[in-house]
Write a protein that binds this ligand. Sequence first.
Ligand code: FAD
Length: 514
Amino acid sequence: MNNNHDAEFDVIVVGGGPGGSTVATFVAMQGRRVLLLEKQAMPAYKIGESLLPATVHGICPMLGVSKAIQEANFMPKLGGTFRWGKGDKTWDFLFSVSSKMPGPTSTAYQVERMKFDTILLDNARKKGVDVREQHSVTDVLMEDGRVAGLVFTDDSGIVRRARARYVVDASGHQTSLARLSGERIYSKYFQNLALFGYFHGGGRLPAPNQGNIFCISFEHGWFWYIPLTDTLTSVGAVVAKELGSLLTNGHEATLNEFIRACPPVQRLLANATRVTSGPYGELRVRKDYSYSHTKFWVPGMVLVGDSACFIDPVFSSGVHLATYSALLAARSINTCLRNELDEQRCFSEFEARYRREYALFYDFLLAFYDLNNDLDSYFWHARRVTSSPEIGNRAFIDLVAGVAGSGENLYSSPEEFFRQREGLGKLLFPQSVDDGAGARKPIEPKGAEFYASLVSEVVQLQAQATLREQRPAETPLFPGGLVASPDGLHWREVASSQAAGSGTMGEKYDVGRL
Ligand code: FAD
């Protein structure tokens, strides 16, 4: 890059996490000039290790990294195991319990993010993205009220500028660019703090659940216990933010105290030693991670992944939301670079769909946290709505899997693929939550239609990865909205006969609800 002249790109992506690599790859696959600036040298440590099938079987095949992911020997995750509530009962779900996710697509992975992120970033390079590590973005270039490029410091410490038609902020929770796109609003409900580290030699759940994420509630909050390899385990306590004051006793002492207060984790770690050197050697703390921005795009710039929003680690939604929003952003950018549709429409579609997906997980997690001390009530809710415990449990599994599990082996025809899922969302149950003063308040909008239409949107994504052109015609999610092109990488108008749109407008799920 010449120091005296601004370099020109179609798109510049800030951040080489899963969100950044995904959007950069999907734009470069259209033959566009894409620059990706990552401030760290990769591989670099990152939290967010438990994936959903939606990422593994939806996004990864579209990116062309399925083989590399398979060859990385990540820990297969068949589902999750919970001890959530007062009793000692442990219960688990396996993705494969769902008839919609049989065979090899019924799994996700627990990943060492240093390896996973590097696979996605290397793939971006292979697909033509100009990836620059140790390049830190410091500011934006504005022209006529539009973001028109970036200022960054390169790996030699030289300040440079580059221009592009679109900038993607995928720089995660520490973003400094998202301030241009409204305000970050923090959730009033999720005000937690996570304290986490790594252990060698921790115990494993009995087969076949040894690769599952294990979530255990205890007096102060809950623990995650994520087996990353046969010997390495990620262990984290999620507690109320106020308990942060305990950290003055030291991270080690505080984590040990939490472990003592949670016998199942204490037992699993009885013969384990904490990793104290290398990238896993630190005990880390994260807080203030449940938020959403008031706007997800401004002219010339779009936010994806954690720079836009994040909720909570409990159902492993982070990488899913990052890569899903990256796909939606890529569709908008690709369409606008071809001058096919109006920019406002393309990015409004992106934002509405992204907010919907975020809202689904947000409402679900509210309800899940609200289960707190009565495990049985969870199943009772499911039974009440479905009159069938078995179906209720399957619906739950489909949701936490991101309704993933794509693959032609799953259904005899594309029509059948969709038919099987019709009404799935009606089986999901969050109806009300504790209002904090001991009373119940309904979750708006109430369940059925909302979940049904949202679930079908995620199914579209999964089908996209496998069916491509054979995919049945998609109806817009919103009245007058857009649908994905057959390759899944653009937006397009629908024929008028399909243009009804059954969903609720994304604006309904604005940050005011948090
Ligand atoms: P990131 O992965 O954070 O990537 C952003 C990148 O941008 C980084 O590489 C950073 O170095 C780079 N960058 C930042 N600033 C600049 C700059 N100025 N210039 C250039 N580059 C820059 N998610 C899950 O799916 N499963 C889990 O089990 C899970 N557990 C979690 C536990 C905790 C405690 C927390 C807080 C989150 C968890 N998450 C989990 C969420 C997950 O970590 C994130 O959602 C995910 O990493 C978001 O991806 P991203 O690409 O948006 O951002």
